[in-house]
Design a protein around this ligand. Sequence first.
Ligand code: ZN
Length: 143
Amino acid sequence: MNKEDLVRQIIIDHYNTPHNRVTEAPTGYQTIKGVNPSCGDELELYLKIDGKNNIVDVKWKGEGCSICCSSTSVLTEEIKGIQSQQELQNKIIEFQKLLQGSTEYNEDLFEDAIAYEGISKFPARYKCAFLSWDTLLKYIEER
Ligand code: ZN
């Protein structure tokens, strides 16, 4: 499988079998919302916050295009194991660099999120890919 096919497969797999997607807001989670009117993507993220004020789990519900839904699924996996709000914020900013086509992001931070590297060639899809990550970033910055 060449890289392009692999990338497409990661996105399709997360779209068809979304990780951590729920049908109802789980109890004990805080809800934040993200909307991308230019595409029609709408989602809710549910955040579990521990006693040290860190976000330790993210679940989600929403409707949107394949890029938006798959990247949200990827986000919920990529945040696992993160120890602090600073580390999470840093990872989202690195993902933004990746989406923007920068060659300076830290590749070692990511697993499936690497699949979105090619998005910089499709600027209209950038907002789709970044919606859930951006929603979480804004929440962190405003806390
Ligand atoms: Zn979209």
